[in-house]
Design a protein around this ligand. Structure first.
Ligand code: SAM
Length: 282
């Protein structure tokens, strides 16, 4: 079949009695250049094993299977399992697992399917309704060397934003603490069936083998980050005081670290949040 012709895609799906679910973020790719470029730009090769999230009808899965040593694809929608059995029948290096990616024990999955692999990657056209929880789950697991994913362009800009910019926020800090994100290319909404209302972008996140700066207590570090962005328009001291109490101690710490009394969280980088959190941890 021509995998990239919307009419043929619809014909296969209809034959299996499949109906697109908006709630599951189902927008399937119809342009072959997108998975091809995802593979080449992120350097997927036979040294790589790949976890794919949400294979849909297997469009991206086929490209990964051609470039990588092995693919394990996790799909939540039970109705797509027989479709994938048909579209991926010719690939012996693909395993499809049914379930919610957020309920999988990723460590057990890697031990079972990827033991001894040189390079472990994640590739996905993410279901947009859970982009943030999925990325958090993947990055916190610290199991993968890189993550190459399609997401809403607006979210991609937030992940990659630098301190001081309008897109910069707690999730930029979170992502950049675990990885070095880079936008590889944009994908217009005309590349999907059904077409989403927003444009998309492919982001490659090269995961860090160690945090970019020493952090004594990671939980506390992320509490500081969230508190610093909770009241964007307000002073950092107020945000931190709301979260941690003890205004005097907060004011003293910020002063000792050399910050102006009216400093705002959105102007600080990861080393700043680390300094504040490490001091609070003392
Ligand atoms: N990879 C296909 C493509 O590019 O054409 C489909 C991508 S579509 C944007 C997202 C896919 O993720 C759908 O197949 C949807 O059923 C699946 N999905 C949604 N939530 C999921 C979850 N929690 N775990 C695993 N798969 C999920």
């Amino acid at each position: 079949m021509n995998f990239f012709h919307p009419q043929e895609i619809r014909a296969v799906l209809e034959r299996h009695g499949f109906h697109f679910s908006k709630a599951l973020g189902q927008n399937f790719l119809t342009q072959s250049w997108v998975p091809e470029r995802m593979m080449t730009d992120s350097g997927v090769d036979k040294d790589c094993v790949v976890l794919e999230i949400g294979p849909g009808m297997g469009t991206l899965t086929q490209a990964i299977a051609r470039y990588a040593e092995k693919v394990v694809a996790v799909e939540l929608d039970h109705a797509l399992i027989p479709v994938l059995a048909e579209t991926l029948a010719e690939f012996s290096n693909v395993t499809v697992l049914e379930g919610d990616i957020l309920k999988f024990d990723l460590s057990a999955l890697c031990n079972e399917h990827f033991a001894g692999a040189k390079k472990k990657l994640v590739c996905a056209n993410l279901p947009y309704y859970i982009t943030t929880p999925i990325l958090s789950y993947l990055l916190e697991s610290r199991l993968f060397d890189g993550v190459c994913v399609m997401m809403q362009k607006e979210v991609a800009l937030r992940l990659c934003a630098e301190s001081g910019s309008a897109d910069y926020g707690a999730f930029s800090v979170f992502t950049q603490y675990y990885a070095e994100p880079e936008i590889l290319f944009s994908v217009p909404s005309s590349c999907f069936v059904p077409q989403p209302k927003v444009d998309s972008a492919i982001v490659y996140l090269k995961t860090r083998s160690a945090p970019p700066v020493p952090v004594t207590d990671e939980k506390l570090f992320f509490r500081v980050v969230r508190a610093s962005f909770a009241q964007r328009r307000k002073k950092l001291a107020n945000g931190l005081t709301s979260a941690f109490g003890d205004k005097e101690r907060i004011t003293r710490i910020l002063e000792e670290l050399g910050y102006q009394e009216n400093v705002r969280g959105e102007t600080l980088g990861i080393p700043d949040f680390a300094k504040i959190a490490n001091k609070l941890a003392e």
